[in-house]
Write a protein that binds this ligand. Structure first.
Ligand code: MIC
Ligand code: SF4
Length: 648
């Protein structure tokens, strides 16, 4: 039987384990991506492990989230990152350059390699044939040191593409259709591998939009083959020698298959407040929209912005709409300026803001209460925009532009103009003044890291105790995202490197008293529903609760990255054996787990609810490695104790 593309890349990089769904495997990591709001912790972990130089082939730190430097702590973090990067052998992308996933695609990514990134949208580069996986900062620090990456081998789902997109239907609509079918939970434990005759009609930028948002399905990754279309992309980037062909075998075996006819895709919209609440735009109510945004790592590329510029040329943004753009890379902005498209946007009344994540995580452009915002981004979890009861819709840049013109949610097919097609830039300059190379190994020895007062790490957790007890500090529902647990937003993002300070904001929007209560009670438990911790990779959603004394989370199910983060910081990730028992636990209940050490080995834990005099069984989905590190209090202590394998 032939092999999938994913299987081939994993086999070439395999360190240990059998490539069988459900088994833990370890692979060598070629590229590591970090960014400014996860990167400070990555470097701090790297230092605590005792490392002083990267072991991966390439590592890049992207200052992309806190580009506006709204608070002094933001720039303080950037200075720490830039100095640490230089010393440890990591490239630094200055806070002017754009969003990491897109810049990596333009300057570094190589088909057939592996990449791990401290950001959940790392699979973006899967669109050019990289096996790219998002992870928590501690896992990334190990990978950056050359220790590889451990994960549970996913099932490989073949998404078989046929047909060709019709005018006004876009890659964003393809991935929204996938979300409609698969839902935000359906990609758990899976990698989506795209194949079929439909591939040839999708350029690289369309492909990365699709792989980028595989994350919203909870997938481990998504990948496209590297073919002639990819070769063309490497030619325009001026890196033709980095291209290599990497394809699945013709008779490749897959665990599941999805058929997707591109010609049947129509403009889609995800309604507030989950990325899978998707319906065709033509069926949605024509509600008034007062804010429109195009940007983010998903839709801020040259191809997206040029399509918007073509729609806006000679037209005006509706008087009641505030339309702004965050380009994904400075290169896109430069190119659009050279070609006159920037002028078209500005003349139409579009606010072209900085190349940054910005509003995608509530850093600026926070919608007003009662207003509706339509965004060509990837997530619309409630509150993520910076206002807790926000109403955010997700759609393509084309639907966004049409809506900005009319002021109501609009199917772009109703505009009396020709549909723009997705066009790549004619060239991508490699001489980028905002990409700073690391110092040589010899030169690095004399360099000092610039550490501001905002850099305040947390001590690792103690070894696991045999009896773990505490109150239920909060009980939450299904699909709680890490944005709910540890909100982003400008005022909180300033404290990503200051764990005592950021821990004051855990569950800040859902329950502003949470942190004070957790501290006063000396910690306790969190009870969650299905898909607990979906969304971002931010390990702060585990690290800050750990700092507050949280001992574990009991949920119906967990999202992949958050589950690893909980284990990595020594918190028990328990799932109800009988999901109905969720109804028998309330906030304030006193819980005790005895014989924890033995329970870790068996991966089943009996939890006693003392308040209701009722015991119930829970399980923990733990690999043998995770069992060991959980007992030691987490991955940091484990790595220091066991030492680290070095990449060959
Ligand atoms: C996001 O899109 O939520 C982020 C901000 O990029 C996060 C990273 C973080 O919170 O540090 C992600 O996706 O992992
Ligand atoms: Fe940045 Fe938004 Fe992409 Fe996250 S999803 S990396 S916040 S642009």
């Amino acid at each position: 039987m032939g092999k999938s593309l994913t299987h081939k890349i994993i086999k070439q990089h395999l360190i240990s384990g059998e490539i069988k769904p459900g088994n833990e495997i370890a692979i060598d990591i070629d590229h590591v991506l970090i960014q400014d709001i996860t990167g400070t912790q990555v470097f701090l972990h790297f230092e605590v492990i005792g490392l002083d130089r990267i072991g991966a082939d390439v590592a890049v730190c992207y200052a992309d989230h806190n580009v506006l430097q709204i608070k002094p702590e933001n720039m303080e973090d950037h200075l720490y990152l830039q100095s640490a990067a230089k010393k440890f052998g990591v490239w630094f992308s200055k806070p002017a350059n754009g969003i990491g996933h897109q810049i990596h695609q333009e300057h570094f990514a190589v088909p057939g390699t592996t990449a791990v990134g401290a950001d959940s949208h790392t699979p973006h580069n899967g669109g050019i044939g990289v096996l790219a996986i998002g992870a928590g900062g501690l896992d990334v620090a190990v990978a950056m040191g050359g220790g590889g990456y451990n994960f549970v081998m996913p099932r490989i789902v073949n998404v078989h593409l046929t047909g060709k997109l019709k005018p006004w239907s876009t890659a964003k609509d393809v991935v929204l259709e996938m979300l409609r079918r698969v839902t935000v939970r359906g990609g758990f434990g899976k990698i989506f591998e795209y194949t079929g005759p439909g591939l040839k009609s999708l350029n690289v930028q369309q492909r990365v939009t699709i792989t980028n948002m595989g994350t919203e399905m909870g997938a481990t990754s998504s990948i496209f083959p590297s073919d002639e279309i990819t070769r063309h992309y490497f030619e325009i980037t001026g890196r033709p020698d980095d291209w290599r062909e990497i394809l699945p075998d013709d008779d490749a075996e897959y665990d599941e298959r999805i058929e997707l006819d591109l010609s049947k895709i129509e403009p889609m919209v995800a309604q507030p407040s989950l990325p899978d609440k998707v319906i065709p735009v033509s069926e949605a109510d024509k509600v008034k929209i007062e804010q429109v945004m195009v940007g983010s790592c998903t839709n801020g590329a040259y191809a997206d912005l040029k399509a918007v510029a073509k729609i806006m040329k000679g037209r005006q943004v509706h008087p009641d709409v505030n339309f702004f753009i965050h380009p994904a890379s400075r290169m896109a902005l430069e190119q659009l300026a050279e070609e006159g498209y920037l002028e078209d946007l500005l003349k139409a009344g579009v606010n072209v803001a900085e190349p940054t994540c910005g509003a995608c995580i509530g850093s600026g452009h926070v919608p007003a209460p009662g207003s509706r915002s339509l965004r060509a981004v990837n997530r619309n979890f409630r509150g993520r925009s910076g206002y807790k009861n926000d109403l955010v819709y997700l759609a393509s840049p084309e639907t966004a532009a049409a809506t900005a013109i009319t002021g109501v949610l609009t199917d772009p097919r109703t505009l009396a103009i020709d549909a723009p097609s997705s066009e790549l830039p004619p060239k991508i300059r490699q001489d980028n003044p905002n990409l700073i190379p690391p110092a040589s190994e010899a030169g690095a020895k004399k360099l000092k890291i610039r550490r501001g007062d905002n850099i305040v790490p947390a001590d690792p957790k103690d070894v696991l105790k045999d009896t773990v007890a505490g109150e239920v500090l909060i009980k939450v529902e299904d699909d709680i995202s890490t944005d709910h647990i540890m909100p982003a937003a400008a005022e909180i993002l300033a404290y990503r490197s200051n764990i005592p300070k950021i821990s004051e904001y855990v569950y800040h929007r859902l329950d502003p008293e949470f942190s004070a209560r957790a501290k006063a009670k000396g910690g306790g438990f969190i009870v969650g529903g299905e898909n607990y911790g979906q969304g971002s990779s931010r390990e702060h959603a585990a690290l800050a609760p750990m700092y507050l004394g949280v001992k574990g989370v009991i949920a119906k199910s967990f999202a992949r990255i958050h589950h690893s983060n909980l284990v990595n910081f020594g918190l028990l990730p328990l799932t109800f054996k009988n999901k109905e028992h969720y109804d028998h636990v309330e906030q304030g209940d006193e819980m005790v787990i005895e014989n924890c050490i033995e329970s870790v080995a068996k991966a089943t834990f009996t939890v006693k609810n003392k308040t209701r005099d009722f015991s119930f069984e829970t399980e923990a989905r733990l690999t043998d490695r995770q069992k060991e590190l959980l007992k030691l209090g987490g991955l940091l202590t484990y790595t220091r104790k066991m030492g680290m394998r070095k990449k060959k």
